[in-house]
Design a binder for this molecule. Structure first.
Ligand code: SF4
Length: 396
């Protein structure tokens, strides 16, 4: 398993493959040429097919400058990869062409050089990690710090950005881009808490407003943290923001929870998938819910068995969840799904508190089951927008 830096990526939404990677790659190219340069960018394959809806052209212009022409080429079919693009830099010394492949999860290769992440975590699954931690008498977060001594500083940046995304999303107003005419609702939800009385209703409304805030920031092309993906980026920050506000957990405690959730996300990434295109939404929202539930269990000083149960039960009831975003936009059903998963993560925490002793299913079994289910899922339900809601939706 690789660094948690590769799981928690800070970048531009709404899609790790269609905006985050192209933005980062273009920034890297711009750093070679400086300000006095014009660019022509050509998008091919999936970047061309759904790039307009995702706002790929907009983030490219944000990275390279407004003096950039973006071409959507739908004619070329012989491609080195489904997510392929070319950038021509026009300088006073001549023209230079760069090739970019968006590899998924925010990773990219530039001119054939793919970032090859080092394998830092040698344990292959959760049971090996648990065995190691129990033998050494350490917590999951300590295991992460042992393997990545500098990761705490990075997780501080992650937490800072997550909080910023919540705040920016709560403050933002207006219609999300893409043509579905969806109004941002995070601020509205947050403003409604004063009319609710039972504590549970207030809790639900607060958690939902935070999840909507980040998911709407993502849908609007704002900066978010993949947790583990752009589409599911609202679940973990919503749970952590709510619990920190409610119980005054220190930032250090939150960092420990992020490290714990990161290890859970890494186990899923290594042994199954965190990609909706590969295994449906169970791999994105299900994984995010597992990570959030494990983070909450760590925050509440639960032991490793309880953390495992929390992560397992959170994933178990997302098995089979399809990916069917309307018009290829990460909006319906994605935004609401973040809110529902954040509430479910809190429910999973309650079950873990009382039922861990009685459980029959390990986290590794549920991860394997999710992968098998994803492989059996018809391809039209794996981020193609050809089935499910994407097919049946009719604009009123
Ligand atoms: S429906 Fe698809 S695009 Fe939306 S959050 Fe789920 S996996 Fe991501």
């Amino acid at each position: 398993m690789k660094s948690l830096k590769e799981l928690y990526r800070i970048g531009v939404g709404p899609s790790s493959s269609h905006t985050m990677a192209p933005y980062a790659a273009c920034k890297e190219i711009k750093s070679k040429y400086g300000e006095d340069c014009k660019y022509v960018v050509t998008l091919f394959g999936s970047l061309s097919d759904t790039g307009k809806g995702h706002g790929t052209d907009e983030v490219i212009k944000r990275a390279l400058g407004e003096n950039t022409e973006v071409i959507f080429d739908k004619t070329r079919t012989e491609l080195p990869h489904p997510n392929y693009m070319q950038v021509v830099a026009k300088t006073n010394k001549g023209e230079f062409t760069h090739e970019i492949i968006s590899l998924g999860g925010g990773a990219y290769s530039l001119d054939g050089n793919a970032p090859i992440g080092e394998e830092i975590y040698h344990e292959k699954n959760f049971s090996e990690i648990k065995e190691y931690c129990l033998k050494k008498g350490i917590k999951i977060c300590d295991y992460a710090y042992e393997r990545e001594p500098d990761i705490k500083d990075y997780l501080r940046l992650v937490w800072k950005q997550m909080k910023a995304s919540v705040k920016e999303g709560l403050d933002a107003k207006g219609i999300l881009p893409g043509g579905l005419e969806i109004e941002r609702k995070a601020g509205y939800l947050h403003s409604q808490i004063s009319i609710f009385h039972p504590a549970e209703a207030i809790e639900n409304m607060l958690v939902c407003s935070y999840a909507f805030a980040v998911a709407e920031q993502n849908a609007g092309g704002g900066i978010i943290v993949t947790a583990p993906t752009c589409g599911a980026s609202g679940v973990l920050p919503a749970c952590l923001e709510y619990m920190q506000n409610k119980k005054k957990f220190s930032d250090d405690k939150i960092i420990d929870a992020l490290a714990t959730a990161g290890v859970i996300g890494n186990v899923i990434k290594q042994n199954a998938s965190i990609s909706g295109a590969e295994c449906g939404c169970q791999a994105e929202i299900g994984s995010a819910c597992s990570m959030a539930s494990a983070a909450l269990a760590a925050l509440h000083n639960m032991d490793i068995e309880q953390i495992e149960y929390a992560a397992e039960v959170a994933m178990e009831h997302y098995l089979g969840l399809t990916c069917d975003p309307i018009n290829g936009l990460v909006q319906i059903p994605c935004i609401e799904r973040n809110a529902v998963a954040a509430m479910r993560a809190i429910n999973a925490l309650s079950l873990a508190k009382f039922l861990t002793q009685t459980r029959k299913i390990s986290f590794d079994v549920i991860v394997h089951t999710m992968y098998e289910t994803g492989k059996d899922m018809h391809c039209s339900y794996r981020e193609t927008s050809k089935a499910g809601l994407a097919k049946t939706y009719k604009k009123a």
